[in-house]
Design a protein around this ligand. Sequence first.
Ligand code: ATP
Length: 353
Amino acid sequence: MNRGAAITISGCGKTFADGTRALSPLDLDVRAGETLVLLGPSGCGKTTLLRLIAGLEAPDAGGHIRFDGADVTTLPIEKRNVGMVFQSYALFPNMSVIDNVAYGLRVRGMAQAARRAQAAGVLEMMRIDALAQRRIDQLSGGQRQRVALARALAVEPRVILLDEPLTALDAALREHLRGEIDALLKRLAITAIYVTHDQAEALALGDRIVVMRNGAIAQVGTPRDVYFRPADDFVADFVGVTNRLTGSVADGRFETASGFVPLPPDLTSPAAAPAGQGAARLLFRPEAARLASPADATLVFEVVQVEFQGARQKVTLKDPAGTRILVEAPADGTLAPGTAVGLILDPARISLA
Ligand SMILES: Nc1ncnc2c1ncn2[C@@H]1O[C@H](COP(=O)(O)OP(=O)(O)OP(=O)(O)O)[C@@H](O)[C@H]1O
């Protein structure tokens, strides 16, 4: 397999013929060999960005796309050496599995024996070699998606582009294939760009995640960055439940109705503007908090509701100002509505907004 290409996207916007502005001009660097996930709600421009990278659409004037430094902006898809996998497999239903996988090699003019051998190798790698002679319409959804992936990989692309490849599958199969795709992409060290609107898929697969909103990039970061240090309210809410406390920052502390939180240095540095000093909100996920006795904590809340979930319980708390938050705790049965509890926040998993 080829080594993956580094991709540089600069000033790429996209306005369709009917005037729809699908993407505002944006810049993005994709590192060689990484899996980059484009995550965002329907219509935010994920597919459009993927199609620009593929060469299926041209960016508006001024936009440039480079693969390993070489400008490919005007190159059509067949000259970019990219593989694509879609939600709707786009396989030839009457052809055998092996002929589907070898198709791209035939288009490139490879001789029959050589392309059959190469296709057979990819089928083996994907563990579907036993299905080589089956027709596509004799396969299950999960098998078809493996064939689609095999076909994209058979041409030894520098970049593989995946557009919601698992959406059509049921939940259990989706999770299983997600694990397989993750392992495969890491092993091949191929540059992969993966479009999804499913946050769990994005967090599991991405080396980095690009959260998109209304044709623009809201945040680029590792799954941990995006989850624990969301750039804004939109990102915070799109990737999970977010608690918010209002208060103010002074002398390295966040002061709020229920007490205070000592802040880690990176949140109080001048670079952490606008929240380095003055009125602010503290954001954290339910699992970034731990319950403690009120005497051992700098924040004290009242228990409002406890929802038993087996191994864990979800606990709703309120502060003296009436602000409610949701936390998770081991299901030990000692929490009752009306009691006071202390709350300890993991400093690495809080952010200010
Ligand atoms: N060929 C086209 N002509 C006009 N508008 C288009 C065209 N293709 C896409 N759009 C519009 O551009 C915007 C972005 O679409 P895009 O398909 O990139 O979104 P998406 O984030 O991939 O959404 P989804 O998750 O629903 O696939 C949408 O408003 C869409 O309606």
